[in-house]
Ligand binder design. Structure first.
Ligand code: SAJ
Length: 432
């Protein structure tokens, strides 16, 4: 039984990335110990249950826990491979906070032995893996640490970011290519051997700093491209143009592929990671910084335009469709839809109906506002104004016949067949 045996792999942090990663490694036949500071999470997983929503994760965790391939603990134990998947938030000034990574490395250092591999997966500013190396060297002077010793090192240290899409995590953990950055080429090769056990995508080795930057660049690339779409949507509002029509037409060019505007950029990745690059090179990142500001600023534009529509039609009840940070998931973290809905609920209280098939109750932010959670059918019956904030499939499927006579401000472009709304000019004046 696993409980009596040393784990092969220890995964530090059992959140949105750590838990699926631990479960997928366990499914490959390794004995995995998942470590988390939260004892409720540990207890939940040891019962074979999960504390986050992700497609097919419940069955997978239940299976590997039952087969005693995965268990959880608040304490790290000796293992052969350590994977750090803890959060790296930022402070008020957007400075990255790597204290959780360093705390995980500190507890790992206490149990490290010759032959072990330590891999950082947490999204991290460039230089973080070097900090982990320095920390382990300081805490374990008995070990020959790569990058520090001139001899053959006793352990390996590498950085390997995940790049999985929420909602498709289990599939993408296996199928996506991985960039594996070693403190030395030997470290990268050791980490590569580990990932080959469960990754079918190509695993490409590099140095740790390049791998750290690669992860940040991927999300900054997407942020900059979404910012272009969001800026276009604001310009289009001012000019009285339909941005969706313009983008559809422009994307017919063989080398143009504009992304979709929305109420802003949410989640814990794209809205955060670009700041790590800006913080690392503040004098050389006007584009990345501005993209962040444009995407954050889109929330205010949507609130202003929605308010103009609502105030021009005071007798109508308003249906806000969606709170999640993107389509077809129940994740409301850093959600622009939730920010817009909260602001409108505070302003227009009991006139607001919120439809979110992924919520059993309204989040605390709405307490005392008077806004009510309702279902799609009731909203279609009661609301004269509809404002889609999330492109859930359930909203896209509402046929024109059921919304033809509504006033619509479609922040996600989900209803291209909706007749142009009469209020357009009033809201546009406010936007300009
Ligand atoms: N969004 C738009 N317009 C678009 C595309 C997205 O407004 O055309 C918005 C979404 O609605 C959402 C936000 O951007 O609010 C982010 O959504 P997303 O689907 O683009 O990305 P995430 O945050 O779910 O996952 C990203 C992915 N990174 C890239 O696509 C480069 C994922 O592969 C990463 O693993 C993940 O960040 C992460 O963990 O870093």
């Amino acid at each position: 039984m696993l409980v009596d045996r040393k784990p092969d792999v220890c995964v530090m942090g059992l959140g949105y990335i750590g838990l699926p990663t631990a479960a997928v490694i366990a499914r490959s036949g390794c004995r995995v110990l998942g470590v988390d500071v939260n004892s409720n999470i540990v207890d939940t997983i040891n019962r074979g249950e999960i504390h986050i929503e992700e497609v097919d994760l419940d069955g997978l965790v239940q299976g590997v826990v039952q087969r005693k391939l995965l268990r959880a603990s608040t304490m790290v134990e000796p293992a052969d491979v350590f994977v750090i998947a803890v959060p790296t938030p930022f402070g008020d000034d957007h400075a990255p906070d790597i204290s959780f990574v360093l705390a995980a490395a500190t507890s790992i250092a206490a149990v490290l032995k010759t032959g072990d591999t330590v891999i950082v997966e947490s999204t991290s500013p460039v230089g973080t893996t070097d900090r982990v190396q320095d920390l382990i060297a300081k805490l374990r002077p008995d070990l020959k640490v790569p990058g520090v010793t001139a001899d053959t090192p006793d352990i390996a240290i590498a950085y390997c970011p995940e790049r999985v899409l929420p909602g498709k995590i289990l599939e993408e953990l296996i199928s996506n290519d991985r960039s594996i950055g070693g403190i030395t080429p030997r470290c990268a090769r050791k980490a590569l051997t580990f990932y080959k056990r469960f990754v079918r995508g190509e695993c490409v080795t590099t140095d740790a700093r390049s791998a750290e930057m690669t992860k940040l660049v991927e999300n900054a690339f997407r942020d900059v491209n979404i910012a272009f779409a969001n800026e276009l949507s604001i310009v289009a509002d001012q000019m009285g143009l339909d941005v969706w029509e313009v983008i559809r037409l422009a994307n017919r060019h063989p080398r143009v592929n504009i992304l979709q505007p929305g109420p802003g950029v949410g989640g814990h990745c794209i809205a955060v990671d670009p700041w790590f690059i800006v913080h690392g090179a503040p004098d050389h990142t006007p584009l990345i910084r501005t993209a962040r500001e444009v995407n954050d600023g889109k929330v205010g534009h949507v609130i202003a335009r929605a308010s103009a529509l609502i105030e021009a039609n005071p007798a109508k009840t308003i249906g806000l469709l969606g709170l999640a940070f993107k389509a077809n998931i129940d994740d409301f973290r850093e959600s622009p839809a939730k920010k817009v809905a909260t602001a409108l609920a505070q302003k227009y209280g009991s006139c607001i109906r919120i439809v979110e098939p992924y919520a059993a109750a309204l989040p605390v932010e709405f307490e005392g506002s008077g806004a009510q959670l309702t279902d799609i059918d009731s909203a279609l019956q009661d609301c004269g104004i509809l404002i889609p904030l999330v492109d859930h499939d359930a909203f896209k499927a509402i046929p024109l016949a059921e919304r033809r006579d509504k006033l619509v401000y479609d922040t996600r472009g989900i209803w291209p067949d909706q007749p142009v709304m009469a209020i357009e000019t009033a809201s546009l004046r406010l936007a300009s």
